[in-house]
Design a protein around this ligand. Sequence first.
Ligand code: GAR
Length: 222
Amino acid sequence: MEHTPERPLRVAILISGRGSNMQALVDAVMADHLPVRVCTVLANRADAAGLDWARAKGLQAECLSHRDFDSRDAFDAALRARLDALAPDVILLAGFMRVLGHDFVRHFNGRIINIHPSLLPAFPGLHTHQQALAQGVQWHGCTVHFVTPVLDHGPIIAQGAIPVLASDTPDSLAARLLPVEHQVYVQVLRWLAEGRVTLKDDGRVQVAGVDHRAWAGDTLFE
Ligand code: GAR
């Protein structure tokens, strides 16, 4: 369904830290008047810097700390209840560093999207830039994908790639990749708002009318 200002796409953005991807998403919504309503920016850490930024933009921003719960399941249940109350169409994980349990993922099946700093299926998990350097790959990148119960393995919506330089360190790779992450995630949000993104029965993603979902640096590959 194509969203309109009267029927905006409702998104919840989940963060754990500085939230630069969240900021890029929110800035695009505001600057380009996208038919998107950010119903919450939610962090699992009270000290997530992105919360202050979101509040300063006048957004609903809140913390649900996993430390306040005895178990992963209890945290997931509270998060699920909070999100159910807000009824988002999609939940965008933007540097949300908490693994979500199977029940949570199944409950929101096909409605959770994540950005991961590698060209999946290579390098799931943590320290992706270090992993890329250790393997000697010549291309590194980011992936926006649907979340499934298998960590960092869901259907791919779009990817951005950067070359790996001989002089690269994990920090330099991360810094060069970050603007590409922002670009790719914002474009995916646009496609979502335009109602173009479908998760097909074969487990792959289709974006209606779009043939190129790969960025080389900050340029959409054509
Ligand atoms: C981003 O690089 C994002 O891809 C990564 O955390 C960073 C968050 O930065 N996410 C993951 O590693 C998820 N497994 P941000 O808070 O500035 O958006």
